[in-house]
Design a protein around this ligand. Structure first.
Ligand SMILES: Cc1cc2nc3c(=O)[nH]c(=O)nc-3n(C[C@H](O)[C@H](O)[C@H](O)COP(=O)(O)OP(=O)(O)OC[C@H]3O[C@@H](n4cnc5c(N)ncnc54)[C@H](O)[C@@H]3O)c2cc1C
Length: 362
């Protein structure tokens, strides 16, 4: 988004990615309407799989609790398709794209930035760190404190081409994300069918039960309850760690760099929604670069204006505060609170789904 916006407005942009596109990306592929709008995409012209979401269920011991809306509140997409489209769009606007180009090290100097990739060194006036949860720009800026400053979530997911008819015939249904609070109430597992695909995964705050054990427990539960046919061969699960936003902890910009998306640790607490914040921060970064304002701290603030604006964009902090609060409670109390939130139709709709997952300010 940053490269596209800057290239469109006449900037000379070089976009590097370690992978070649289209590439797989561990993600459930749930995007909000706001994220789609921010990407300047819409339901009628999007050229790939776009499954409207009008129902979301929460899986409790007594069964699925379904919440419904009269129109699409979100969409299901395949990340390899969406990301490839965004990359191609940036290229078409004039950004130079180099794929299969892993950045090994970044030097942030006072007068320039040096990017080291294999035997090549690339010099520029500014770098935008968009390299995800282990972004080399963020690591160069923050050094050893990089992970210490972030609230980390571990995850594993698998996306398998099953076929629409088989999915319809199974107990999984189609086009409805189903979320299962983890028994430890420190994360959730999910399944989500879209088009021909079944996406299954689990994510939880780091430090608790190991993710592979949670995955195994979840799959056994789905098979035992007859939802997931045991004969289906799922694509291998892939693991990924990323950070969720618990408020401003470290500067997200310096004189010659800006961090966006997972590199800045912006995924929303509770829901793990990271596509929307990545897009919004990408747009904000482009706007700040164009204005030149990110270089100078605001009067009376220790934060640079980019970080300050980003912190505001991240919302009123209710869900981060709730996440931090719940985490400190003893497990039985936490469990009872989470189950109360999910069982009450009103709280489930307003607070859990529309608030935490659909990003509506409360
Ligand atoms: C299992 C899982 C499920 C999720 N589900 C959802 C969901 O349903 N909805 C949602 O909104 N969010 C979801 N998220 C979060 C979301 O995927 C991320 O927040 C989002 O992808 C962040 O985008 P990004 O562009 O910052 O980083 P990424 O999408 O991770 O992109 C980073 C890019 O940088 C490249 N890169 C990395 N290191 C280097 C390097 N050294 N040199 C060059 N290139 C490099 C990578 O190849 C990659 O293309 C999920 C995350 C996980 C792990």
């Amino acid at each position: 988004m940053t490269a596209w916006t800057l290239a469109r407005t006449g900037y000379e942009v070089l976009l590097l990615d370690a992978k070649t596109f289209p590439r797989p990306k561990p993600c459930a592929g749930w995007i909000t309407r706001a994220a789609l709008r921010d990407m300047e995409l819409d339901e009628t012209s999007y050229p790939h799989l776009l499954t409207p979401i009008t129902r979301v269920a929460i899986g409790l011991e007594e069964g699925l609790q379904v919440t419904q809306w009269p129109e699409a509140v979100s969409y299901g997409i395949l990340r390899r398709e969406l990301d490839d489209l965004l990359l191609r769009r940036a290229k078409a606007a004039g950004a130079e794209v180099r794929l299969g180009c892993r950045v090994d090290r970044v030097e942030l100097c006072s007068d320039e930035v040096i990017i080291h990739s294999g035997t090549n060194s690339i010099r520029g006036s500014l770098v935008v760190g968009a390299g995800g949860a282990a972004c080399p720009v963020a690591r160069a800026a923050e050094g050893k404190s990089f992970w210490k400053q972030r609230t980390r979530v571990g995850s594993q997911m698998s996306e398998t081409h099953i076929g629409h008819h088989l999915l319809e015939q199974s107990g999984l249904g189609t086009g409805m994300p189903v979320l299962f609070p983890e028994p430890e109430c420190d994360g959730y597992a999910w399944y989500f069918t879209k088009g021909d695909y079944l996406n299954i995964g689990v994510g939880a705050l780091a430090g608790g039960l190991a993710i592979p054990l949670r995955r195994q427990r979840f799959l056994e539960r789905l098979i035992r309850s007859g939802i997931l046919p045991s004969s289906w061969k799922l694509s291998p699960f892939t693991g990924h760690s990323y950070a969720v936003w618990r408020g401003f902890r470290h500067p997200l910009a310096g004189p010659r760099h800006l961090l966006i998306g997972d590199a800045a640790g912006l995924a929303h607490d509770f829901s793990g929604e990271g596509i929307g914040p990545a897009v919004q921060s990408g747009l904000l970064a482009a706007a700040f670069i164009r204005s030149g304002a990110f270089r100078h701290p605001s009067p009376g603030s220790s934060m640079d204006p980019y970080t300050q604006s980003l912190a505001k964009l991240q919302g009123n902090g209710l869900f981060s505060a709730m996440g931090g609060f719940l985490e400190r409670l003893p497990l039985p109390v936490r469990r009872s609170m989470v189950h109360h939130l999910c069982r009450s139709p009103w709280l489930r709709r307003r607070l859990v789904l529309e608030g935490a997952f659909l990003g509506k300010e409360l």
